[in-house]
Design a protein. Structure first.
Length: 391
């Protein structure tokens, strides 16, 4: 979809005001503004209809023609006003076109109208035996034992763990790999380790709950996630049911655009990603990943990969219809159409439930637009929405 700004849609207004201002000064000025004697000018097309029958008679010192209706020496006020009304109607039609109904969600200057997913956050800091904070440290298990288990996690006492290449595999007594079996770690003890995995002697942890720091900022018209962390998802204060959405992004890291805060359109670097090919009716068919950029995460894959290099701006244009029914019973599931960088990649598809990380499961209620901010550094801009009439 193409979305013209409001400023673009009213460019004709100054010209119309100029016409109204100069008209009383005579047809000569009127002719110069509109090039009414030239066949290529706008009045050269419109005026013959408005003033016919008419004749062109040279009357100016430079010999340029002036328009006179037959039987008169000046253009009639009625016909001149008719021309102005036609031009005014054209200007109003342009103003009431594609830009109508669109509401910006991001003002380009600050986070007004947005809020964090979690207003409070618990932060744990780790210290060594001398009380000095150790950045990147964490609490984990050490001295664990490796055992062989089946696909359901049940121990396989007669199985062995073997190394094939650089990978550990579970094999039976004859050395044959056991399908579905895997290596699991059990037991061990809790410890604090640094970012290299080395245990910190006499390490301690301290947790504090307080206001969740905002990891987003507005800069140069962009909404930037510069400090991703838990609870840093950003959502609108407004909630929506059926709508069209336009949003632009840079896929420099993992993020997502959540429709109603429940259905994620994946944002990630999928530039040059290739599909898998599967046999279907004797033919090889390309199948795209439901976890790549442009997918409804884990639900619907795009029909093609329209990804650009990660630092180039990309766009999603979405048409979304919310689920119908009651809180206890869904009669119609949500539906979505997605145009990615100008190409339709999802066409009015039904979404079979919420995606991971959804705000809630109350799918028949209105919901906000949510931008994922707990994975990596990303940027968005030109975010606007237009409500659709229910149907």
């Amino acid at each position: 979809m193409c979305h013209k700004s409001r400023s673009e849609s009213i460019l004709g207004r100054p010209l119309l005001l100029l016409l109204l201002a100069v008209f009383p000064f005579g047809c000569g000025v009127f002719r110069q503004v509109f090039n009414c004697g030239a066949t290529g000018g706008p009045a050269g097309i419109l005026l013959p209809t408005l003033v016919a029958p008419a004749r062109l008679t040279p009357c100016c010192e430079d010999g340029s023609p002036e328009i006179y209706p037959r039987g008169g020496t000046t253009m009639t006020m009625r016909r001149a006003v008719g021309l102005l009304l036609i031009l005014a109607a054209c200007g109003l039609a342009a103003e009431g076109g594609e830009g109508k109904g669109w509401v910006p969600l991001f003002n380009g200057k600050d986070l007004d109208g947005w809020k964090l997913r979690q207003q409070q956050a618990t932060i744990t800091r780790y210290f060594d035996g001398n009380g000095k904070e150790v950045p990147g440290a964490k609490k984990t298990k050490v001295d664990q034992k490796e055992v062989a288990v089946d696909a359901k996690g049940k121990p396989l006492p007669d199985a062995k763990i073997a190394i094939e290449g650089k990978k550990k595999v579970v094999v039976d007594a004859s050395g044959k790999a056991i399908a579905g079996a895997k290596v699991a770690k059990v037991g061990g003890r809790d410890a604090i380790v640094d970012k290299t995995g080395k245990e910190i002697e006499k390490g301690t942890a301290k947790s504090e709950t307080g206001p969740n720091p905002v990891g987003w900022m507005a800069k140069d018209g962009e909404l930037i996630c510069h400090q991703p962390h838990g609870g840093n998802d950003l959502l609108t204060e407004q909630k929506f049911t059926d709508f069209e959405l336009h949003i632009e992004f840079q896929a420099t890291s993992n993020s997502g655009v959540y429709l109603q805060g429940r259905y994620e359109i994946q944002v990630d670097n999928s530039y040059n990603a290739k599909p898998k090919y599967v046999e279907k009716d004797g033919k090889k068919v390309a199948v795209w990943d439901t976890h790549q950029c442009g997918a409804i995460y884990g639900r619907i894959a795009p029909t093609k990969n329209m990804a650009k290099p990660p630092k180039e701006w990309q766009s999603f244009d979405v048409t979304f219809r919310g689920a119908r029914g009651t809180k206890d019973k869904v009669t119609q599931k949500a539906r979505v159409t997605l145009v990615w960088n100008g190409e339709k990649v999802i066409d009015d598809a039904e979404i079979d439930g919420t995606t991971g990380g959804a705000l809630d499961g109350n799918v028949t209620a209105p919901g906000p637009l949510l931008l994922q901010g707990d994975h990596g550094k990303v940027a968005y801009r030109n975010i606007k929405i237009r409500a659709l009439a229910a149907k």
